[in-house]
Design a protein around this ligand. Structure first.
Ligand SMILES: [Zn+2]
Length: 173
């Protein structure tokens, strides 16, 4: 069992970092990816990006179901095609207690490198595709907060304020 990683919470500035390209051949990437998979399942997430665990690398774990075994480690992912549009509720492990309806492309084709160094594609118009878009946003330093409607920001204001206050308390402690 891989050692779990602490997940950074909003408003940690690392969540706004655009991650650097990763080398799939590096032992570091393999070890960290295993820890990210363990952390994602431990927290019942459908996805986790390296920037959420303070790691500056274009690596994410995605899953369409949240069931162990269904996870895919995507290295240096890129959206190569996208179509349609759909609004659906999302959560994020970096925003506990926050949920919002986010409009994204419905279908997506994502090209990525596997841990074996093979280039593969995911084509999906369900949860897995949405999850890829959410995680690729993280790798670009973008969280779902910037895609929320003003109404959803308002509806989540207490939870967001609580996270900001917790960070401020920690900084002054
Ligand atoms: Zn997220």
């Amino acid at each position: 069992m891989s050692e779990l990683l602490p997940v950074l919470k909003y408003p940690d500035p690392f969540l706004r970092r655009r991650a650097a390209k990763a080398d799939p051949a590096s032992a570091d990437v393999r070890a960290m990816a295993a820890r990210m998979v363990a952390t994602m399942f431990d927290q019942n997430g459908l996805g986790l990006a390296a920037t959420q665990v303070g790691w500056d690398a274009r690596v994410a774990v995605v899953s369409g179901t949240g069931r162990p075994g269904d996870e895919i480690v995507i290295i240096n992912p890129e959206v190569v095609d996208a179509w349609g549009s759909e609004a659906r509720e999302e959560g994020c492990l970096s925003f506990p207690g926050v949920a919002a309806v986010i409009t994204r492309r419905k279908g997506v084709k994502v090209r990525y490198t596997t841990l074996d160094g093979t280039v593969r594609e995911i084509e999906d118009d369900g949860m897995l595709g949405r999850c890829c878009l959410h995680e690729i946003d993280h790798l670009d330093g973008v969280t779902f907060l910037s895609k929320m409607t003003p109404a959803d920001k308002l509806a989540n204001r207490r939870a967001l304020k609580a996270l900001e206050d917790r960070a401020a308390d920690r900084a002054s402690a």
